[in-house]
Design a protein around this ligand. Structure first.
Ligand SMILES: CC(C)(COP(=O)(O)OP(=O)(O)OC[C@H]1O[C@@H](n2cnc3c(N)ncnc32)[C@H](O)[C@@H]1OP(=O)(O)O)[C@@H](O)C(=O)NCCC(=O)NCCS
Length: 194
């Protein structure tokens, strides 16, 4: 029998332990090469970051009927000048935002959000939860942001497929950090700019 569909709601600091447990389970360094075929997280977020994001209203979670976190998604503003970034990947994206363009405008000239990480417990993948996360976050943040930006590892075809076909994000660049390649994607989060 299919597990009962989880509930999607705004996350709070009380959900962070569950979010961290999923993050750890699906972090690339904790998966075998076969498991990575179903997607993986490239970054462990710095200590305290999920608490800050939740307090700012940027965390959504999916919880099962026992109250366990089985998925999460983050939508957050870009780091402010001088603020610590969660990783060299995010740092590179912030600087690329000043040169890359989307629909004829520099990305940093938009009101833009960072989207991600997003992660779903394998028991609930392929159940439409990804689409529900997209709908709920668009409704929640469309007045605040015009576009969202995100990265996907070039070795994560499952995530590339969902972001391009289900979120309708467009790859605007591919960049390298260390030995790894990442796609830089943009999607329309709010009302399309004039
Ligand atoms: C990425 C993730 C959030 C997507 O959620 P999901 O519930 O798995 O998404 P769906 O099942 O709705 O869609 C997955 C799609 O990828 C396709 N797919 C699965 N494996 C694939 C692969 N190896 N290569 C290409 N496409 C693949 C599926 O066929 C499906 O497409 P379809 O619905 O058109 O047939 C989830 O897989 C996940 O949490 N993965 C681990 C963490 C992760 O990768 N996060 C994103 C980091 S950028």
């Amino acid at each position: 029998m299919d597990p009962q569909e989880p509930t999607v709601r705004l996350g709070t600091v009380n959900d962070v332990a569950g979010v961290r447990s999923l993050e750890s389970r699906y972090f690339t360094g904790n998966l075998s090469p076969e498991q990575r075929a179903d997607g993986f997280l490239s970054i462990i977020q710095p200590e305290g970051s999920f608490e800050r994001i939740a307090a700012a209203g940027g965390l959504h979670v999916a919880v099962d009927d026992a109250g366990q976190v089985v998925g999460f998604i983050v939508i957050a503003p870009p780091p402010k000048a001088g603020q610590r970034t969660p990783s060299p990947i995010v740092e590179r994206m912030v600087s690329l935002s000043d040169t890359l363009e989307y629909r004829g405008r520099r990305i940093s000239s938009y009101r833009y959000a960072f989207r991600g990480p997003v992660c779903i417990d394998e028991r609930f993948r392929g159940h439409g939860l990804y689409g529900r996360f997209n709908a709920v976050t668009k409704a929640a943040y469309r007045a605040e942001y015009e576009i969202g930006i995100l990265f996907v590892s070039a070795r994560n075809p499952r995530s590339l497929r969902t972001t391009t076909t289900k979120l309708n994000a467009a790859v605007v660049d591919t960049f390298q950090v260390g030995d790894e390649s990442y796609h830089y994607l943009v999607y329309e989060l709010g009302v399309p700019p004039p």
